[in-house]
Design a protein around this ligand. Structure first.
Ligand SMILES: [Zn+2]
Length: 213
């Protein structure tokens, strides 16, 4: 059984994966992303027109598992491992004859395999967390998330988001997004402010409060 804390983190990681995969694809071009690894043209072969570190992660030949029993392999996990785990969990649950809460995840058949696998894994996650392989599942997804985070250039945090006072509705419902924007989650506010706009509004709110006091 996966401890609740690990399960929470795994759920957050899975929810972030589709966006991270998109960002990783955008980071394929040389010089993009934070690391900007370049292929040297010193040899006679033409340099690859894309970042090798990203390609090995999201490309078609990326490894489908990162199982590493001796901890001595530096293998980059590929997106195939998502579909692999989705299949494992589905097969396992079918064999266990457990159909509670089992629905077909929303989406289309032409949707990319990785994003469908993420939906399947999220749907069956509570059940998968009770199985023997739960720790392996969490480890591998965690490593994939870490690799994607590194190449995409906009690291996503999986900890609980720090809450700030929203500069518009003044509730403790604002969080800072990975792109630096301040976003409010109060249903009748939903303000999205840049860091400057936030600071500007916050100053005015403080000034108003000072007048009242
Ligand atoms: Zn607000």
């Amino acid at each position: 059984m996966l401890p609740a804390l690990h399960l929470d983190r795994l759920r957050i990681q899975l929810a972030q994966l589709p966006e991270l995969i998109t960002l990783a694809h955008l980071a394929l071009l040389p010089g993009s992303g934070r690391r900007g690894a370049r292929v040297s043209g010193a040899t006679r072969t033409a340099p690859l027109p894309c970042r090798v570190d990203v390609l090995s992660l999201v490309g078609p030949t990326a490894a489908s598992t990162v199982r590493d029993d001796h901890g001595d392999q530096d293998q980059t996990p590929g997106l195939d491992l998502l579909a692999g785990w989705a299949r494992t969990v589905l097969d396992d649950r079918q064999r266990a004859n457990d159909w509670t809460g089992w629905v077909r995840p929303a989406g289309h058949d032409w949707e990319r395999t990785a994003s469908r696998a993420v939906k399947v894994l999220l749907l069956h996650l509570d059940w998968a967390a009770t199985r023997q392989y739960a720790r392996d599942l969490a480890d591998e997804i965690g490593r994939l998330h870490g690799h994607l985070n590194r190449v995409s250039g906009t690291p996503f945090t999986t900890g609980p988001a720090r809450r700030h006072v929203c500069a518009r509705c003044k509730l403790m419902t604002a969080t800072i997004r990975p792109d630096g924007m301040c976003e409010c989650s109060a249903p009748d506010c939903l303000a999205v402010l840049t860091a400057d706009e936030y600071a500007d509004r916050a100053e005015r709110v403080l000034a108003e409060l000072a007048k009242v006091a």
